[in-house]
Ligand binder design. Structure first.
Ligand code: SAH
Length: 202
């Protein structure tokens, strides 16, 4: 995965590559697709949801430049895989999942594998998670119609957020990198992506 999928495709941050190498992806996918865990595409994880393809996880993680003393927020825990990768690079990760069944399974997987600095919470992640805000890093793992204002509010000074947003054109989404610097918000389009929808409300 590291040498064939990630390095040749622009994942150059050694810390991100190390985190991707450390986290056992096969533990985050259902037993019946375990053999496919390292294939270069998303996989079904139940409740109509998917675990993102390794390259997308790596690109998003690299884009937000996580630092060891920072706190990160993820919206859309799914299997818990992305949260596990991010947890190797920051002090603490809060990950919000709206499907209670997925949240429970992700929490159990992370606990079993010893990812003690990840907290899985159930709720509507379009509202962020005010209790631990602000966040230096925010990763949104589902496509939004618009950037949720609560997530901008909860982005720390100097913070970075990666979020896929509907582009208006059918099925096509753009990954945005949003930054807060000197109190101002900057937004940049990174590349086209395809994610499941971010559902507002619970
Ligand atoms: N990061 C995950 C993949 C996420 S798939 C992984 O590594 O496996 C997107 C997830 O976002 C799904 O689990 C879906 O249930 C969740 N989701 C969609 N809308 C949401 C919302 N408003 N708040 C929290 N989670 C949401």
């Amino acid at each position: 995965m590291i040498e064939e999928q990630l390095r040749p495709n622009g994942v150059t941050d050694e810390r991100v590559l190390r985190a991707m190498a450390e986290v056992p992806r096969e533990e985050f996918v259902p037993p019946e697709v375990r053999d496919l865990a390292y294939e270069d595409h998303p996989l079904e994880i139940g409740a109509g949801q998917t675990i993102s393809q390794p390259l997308i996880v790596a690109w998003m993680t690299q884009a937000v430049r996580p630092e060891p003393d920072e706190v990160g927020l993820e919206v859309g825990a799914g299997s818990g895989y992305q949260a596990a990768v991010l947890s190797r690079l920051v002090r603490k990760v809060i990950t919000v999942e709206r499907e209670p069944e997925l949240a429970a399974r992700a929490a159990e997987t992370l606990r079993r594998l010893g990812y003690a600095n990840v907290e899985v919470v159930t709720g509507d992640g379009t509202l962020g998670w005010p209790a631990e805000a602000p966040y230096s890093v925010i990763l949104v793992a589902a496509a939004a119609r618009r950037v949720p204002p609560a997530l901008i509010d909860q982005l720390a000074e100097g913070g970075r957020m990666a979020i896929p947003v509907e582009s208006g054109r059918r099925e096509l989404q753009e990954l945005l990198l949003i930054r807060r610097r000197d109190g101002r918000i900057f937004s940049e389009v990174l590349f086209p992506v395809r994610f499941v929808p971010l559902i507002e409300g619970s």
